[in-house]
Design a protein around this ligand. Structure first.
Ligand code: NZQ
Ligand code: ZN
Length: 387
């Protein structure tokens, strides 16, 4: 197991009516609030009203940045920073899914950077501090509610970049599974695939000695396999929504990847698909992941696939290792299909045209992953196989 420093500073308020913790938490950090939210789902479910009523009752002035798009844009971040500066904002509250939270994170950090916040994403400027941020999560998927990562798109130059810094970790997150009852089937499916992908990226690691973390990854995967389908057919099943929500946070907050390298494979490929075609993150992952698995299965990796097949999918350990691996990959694909997710790029209107461009872009900082490192040529083969 590699050395690691444990630090997961976000306080979690989990469960029904945990919104009652909101004001007490905000009071610890700020007095002038920027509300960041998406296209209106929080109004439909009555959450917006709840929050503004609480803020008004407690004489906390607030300003609003609505309309954050899925695959949030750098333009929204710029707008949010300007609002914060004009109104002496000292606390940012994100209400929504990963896109809203990521956007809020970069607003919080960009507030202290005098030039264009995109510099922070591409690494030409350093993160130093950030406004305190809290979140109210409405979609179980990215884990942004408990990690220090922001993923932001710059559509003008077809770039989607993820970057992390401890200052962007939310101070607190309110996780009330009932807020996810309204998540439509398509996003429930995509979110489940995203959580699974986070667990898989850590599970299929070059470091084989972090046994405990691998078993925890399996637990997250089994949770998604059990509860994803239930949430699809019973959107108001509290047990299913609660388990998915907590899985979302645990899959990427560090617990699964501590002691392993954190070089991922499917994610950087998917980010290029979203950068060029603006597709839903979890959908892209569901398409790429089984093809990536097929591509990296060889003598050096088959044992890990065997663990995956036996421990996650309950396959017979007596079978030959390659047979287990192949069946496990098939089961992964079939599971995504059962959630109504597409299995090919053509199903989301992606043709061969930009595959090479995307393969090069995904690997511009070097090969992906350490489980079985893949270069631009490999990524191109995976993309072609996914067509
Ligand atoms: O905009 P609204 O109206 O809120 O609707 C959203 C949006 O259309 C809707 N939604 C959210 N909660 C809902 C709801 N609809 C009904 N009821 C609710 N309770 O769902 C749609 C998608 O929302 P979005 O925030 O885009 O989804 P998600 O949480 O999957 O976030 C995806 C973004 O996060 C990034 C992805 O790349 C993508 O940009 N990621 C962030 C990560 C991180 N910060 O750690 C890691 C991930 O791997 C990922 O890359
Ligand atoms: Zn993801």
């Amino acid at each position: 197991m590699l050395n690691f420093n444990y630090s997961i500073p976000t306080k979690i308020f989990f469960g029904k009516e945990q919104i009652q913790s909101l004001i007490g938490q905000i009071n610890q950090y700020g007095t002038r609030i920027l509300l960041v939210y998406g296209g209106g789902s929080i109004k439909k479910i009555g959450l917006y009203n709840k929050v503004v009523t609480l803020l008004k009752e407690n004489n906390l002035p607030y300003w609003e940045l609505p309309g954050i798009d899925p695959n949030p844009r750098i333009e929204s971040v710029r707008k949010g920073i300007a609002l914060c500066r004009e109104n002496q904002i000292n606390f940012v509250l994100a209400i929504g899914g990963g896109s809203t939270i990521d956007c809020a994170k970069l607003i919080a950090a960009g507030f202290f950077y005098p030039k264009d916040p995109w510099d922070l994403m591409i690494g030409t400027a350093k993160f130093e501090k950030a406004l305190p941020l809290g979140t109210i999560l409405t979609l179980a998927a990215t884990g942004s509610e408990m990690d220090p990562i922001a993923v932001i798109s710059n559509p003008e130059i077809n770039q989607k970049i993820g970057t992390g810094h401890p200052t962007m970790a939310p101070k607190f997150s309110i996780l009330d599974p009932t807020y996810t009852f309204s998540v439509p089937k398509s996003q429930t499916a995509a979110g489940t695939a995203d959580i699974m992908s986070h667990a898989l990226e850590s599970f299929f690691s070059g470091i084989r000695s972090a046994y405990l973390q691998s078993r925890m990854s399996e637990a997250i995967l089994k949770t998604c396999i059990k509860y994803g389908p239930i949430a699809m057919v019973e959107p108001e099943n509290y047990e299913a929504r609660a388990n998915l929500m907590w899985a979302s946070s645990l899959a990427i907050n560090g617990l699964l990847s501590y002691g392993k390298e954190r070089k991922w494979s499917a994610h950087p490929i998917e980010h290029e698909l979203s950068a060029y075609y603006d597709i839903t993150h979890g959908v892209g992952l569901a398409i790429i992941t089984p093809h990536w698995m097929e591509y990296v299965l060889d003598d050096s990796t088959v044992d890990v696939f065997k663990d995956y097949g036996v421990n996650v999918w309950g396959l017979n350990p007596e079978l030959e290792a390659y047979e287990i691996a192949r069946q496990a990959i098939e089961k992964t694909k079939a599971f995504f299909v059962s959630l109504g997710l597409p299995t090919t790029l053509s199903a989301v209107n992606i043709s061969e045209e930009k595959l090479e461009l995307m393969a090069n872009a995904a690997t511009k900082h070097g090969p992906l992953g350490e489980f079985r490192p893949i270069n631009a040529h490999d990524v191109l083969q995976i993309l072609k196989a996914s067509l």
